[in-house]
Design a protein around this ligand. Structure first.
Ligand SMILES: Cc1cc2nc3c(=O)[nH]c(=O)nc-3n(C[C@H](O)[C@H](O)[C@H](O)COP(=O)(O)O)c2cc1C
Length: 221
């Protein structure tokens, strides 16, 4: 993972990580080896980028009003050891789905067929200070996107979208947090860690949260 100071924009205006394939030491890996981790939060922290590193992408699935899952890619803004945070527009479909049904699934895949993390959990409204902090770390491009990514703008012809963007960016190089900027904090009740192995089958460890803490079981990949 490449590191960058939290408020320093990267060359990539989207400021998302194209993660390098991790090197898995299968003899000691907590999923592939004979020694499993008891704490899935610590394991997730060891897999995910540190707070000063570029963010990873994840698929967030919600349940729509017709009961169908709806999936889309978002940036995983942060995992603090307890909650997976992502940020979006408060008027988006996903925010609408979550307000009616906070049950969500998250899925994160690492390159090179190495790792996958799947989470089931409940999405809560993220605290205002976390939401503001995540916005502050967004690149200028993503801050401008948070303002201009509206249904009205999307309907404009390309020329007007380009000129409108240019004019907005010229007068708002780093726009303040818009009112519609929203954050969700997903608390996991189930976490599945998948690790491949070129010399054996892939394998998963499933963790379920219960009253007595996390239970775990080994599953085929
Ligand atoms: C690589 C990538 C990263 C994205 N990151 C975000 C994000 O962090 N937040 C967000 O709201 N949408 C993000 N999007 C756009 C979403 O995938 C989606 O199109 C948008 O949020 C509307 O989704 P909805 O209508 O289902 O709510 C991203 C898309 C891609 C392809």
């Amino acid at each position: 993972m490449s590191a960058a100071a939290p408020d320093e924009p990267l060359a990539n205006p989207l400021r998302m990580q194209v993660a390098e394939a991790p090197v898995i030491d299968h003899a000691n890996d907590p999923v592939q080896s004979d020694h499993q981790a008891s704490d899935p939060s610590a394991l997730a922290l060891s897999w995910l980028p540190k707070s000063d590193e570029d963010r990873m992408l994840m698929t967030v699935s919600t349940i729509d009003s017709e009961g169908f899952p709806r999936a889309r890619t978002v940036m995983l803004s942060e995992f603090d050891g307890e909650h997976f945070f992502f940020h979006t527009d408060a008027s988006s479909q996903k925010a609408h789905d979550i307000s009616a049904n906070p049950r969500v699934s998250l899925s994160i895949v690492w390159p090179g067929f190495t790792r996958q993390l799947v989470v089931q959990g409940t999405a809560l409204i993220a605290p205002p200070d976390e939401v503001a902090s995540a916005y502050a770390k967004r690149s200028p491009y993503l801050k401008q996107l948070a303002w201009l990514n509206t249904p009205e703008y999307a309907l404009l012809p390309l020329r007007e979208r380009v000129s409108g963007w240019r004019d907005f960016a010229a007068t708002n190089p780093t726009p303040a947090q818009p009112r519609a900027w929203a954050g969700f904090a997903v608390r996991a009740h189930r976490m599945l860690f998948w690790v491949s192995n070129p010399d054996a089958a892939s394998r998963r460890i499933e963790y379920r949260r219960g009253e007595a803490g996390w239970s775990r079981q080994i599953l085929p990949g």
